[in-house]
Design a protein around this ligand. Structure first.
Ligand code: RIB
Ligand code: CA
Length: 314
């Protein structure tokens, strides 16, 4: 059983990740922290509440966190995710209030309260909240079981600049703080996610589930794909954040290597670049399990759909 906190900036792929984690009998989601990313934090917080309610779990607490990166300006991407961030479905307004505590405060108090090694952090957004929590209370680093994050790219370069993937580019300083805290970290970069595009007919398969979750996921998938077709010319898209949750649930479907990884925070052309010492040429310590590829994308999405089908039909 994985007891997890999910830090997120919904985003259609974040929505799939949240639904997958909530649906899985092997995961207990103890809270969702939201952050400025794909859309502003007020919107990501609203979106996270809509998603947990769609999953039939309004009891899962949702917290709003940082309104922007540590040093840099926010970089919303409505051209990718739409103005709401989860375009593609007619979402009802969230029915339950957001929790009053700031996400960073809740992260610190929860990680100090939970037993050592009990909680896994799943980071699906710019890592501002996690970095601020580590700066506020460094002792939480030794208490966290594992960090699994979606972000970065090395063999695939970047998806926002030639060198940088979005989650790292938005707040490279935060990513450097998290990766430098000595925790057990697994990365699901675009190297891995680009090896696992969704099946060409997945939105139809989701629709055929004939559940509210299936219809919402089909609509979000179709919306998410249109950007991919325009930018990559591919008929479908990888659900980046859901793949990161898949890496936690089903490590047998992935291959990678523990190696030294660092983030460029001061490059003229390479800010946000992930520098992966794949051949260990620097002599530095391994600090990250870098997932290079998914071994069986069809099986990954098949398993995802099995989990999504567990969620309430209405
Ligand atoms: O580069 C992909 C990442 O950026 C995903 O987490 C997506 O939701 C966006 O935040
Ligand atoms: Ca995200």
């Amino acid at each position: 059983m994985h007891r997890v906190i999910i830090d997120t900036d919904p985003g259609q792929d974040d929505a799939f990740a949240l639904l997958l984690a909530i649906a899985s009998p092997d995961v207990e989601v103890i809270g969702v922290t939201t952050v400025a990313g794909n859309v502003p934090v007020a919107q990501t917080a609203d979106n996270a509440r809509r998603i947990v309610e769609l999953a039939g779990r309004p009891d899962i607490p949702v917290f709003a966190g940082a309104a922007g990166p540590i040093l840099r300006a926010p970089r919303p991407v409505p051209e990718i995710h739409g103005d709401t961030g989860i375009d593609g479905w007619a979402w009802a307004p969230p029915a339950h209030p957001i929790r009053p505590e700031h996400a960073v405060d809740w992260l610190v108090e929860t990680l100090l309260r939970e037993p050592v090694g009990a909680v896994t952090l799943i980071a699906l957004a710019p890592q501002t909240n996690l970095a601020l929590a580590l700066r506020r209370e460094p002792a939480i680093a030794a208490r966290i079981r594992q960090v699994v994050f979606m972000g970065g790219g090395y063999f695939e370069g970047g998806n926002m600049t030639p060198a940088a993937e979005y989650n790292i580019l938005v707040d490279p300083e935060a990513a450097a703080i998290v990766l430098g805290a000595g925790m057990d970290v697994t990365a699901a970069p675009i190297d891995c996610t680009h090896s696992a595009p969704a099946p060409i007919d997945w939105s139809m398969q989701l629709e055929a589930m004939d559940t509210q979750v299936g219809r919402a996921c089909a609509g979000m998938m179709r919306f998410f794909e249109r950007h991919g077709i325009a930018k990559y010319g591919t008929p479908t898209r990888p659900l980046h954040d859901a793949i990161a949750v898949g890496a936690l649930l089903w490590p047998d479907l992935f291959e990678g290597r523990r190696c030294p990884v660092e983030f460029e925070c001061a490059g003229q052309l390479t800010t946000g670049m992930t520098v992966v010492d794949w051949l260990r040429q620097t002599g530095k310590a391994d600090n990250c399990l870098w997932l290079r590829r998914c071994l069986d994308p069809a099986e990954l999405y098949r398993r995802m759909q099995v989990e999504l089908s567990r969620l309430p039909a209405t």
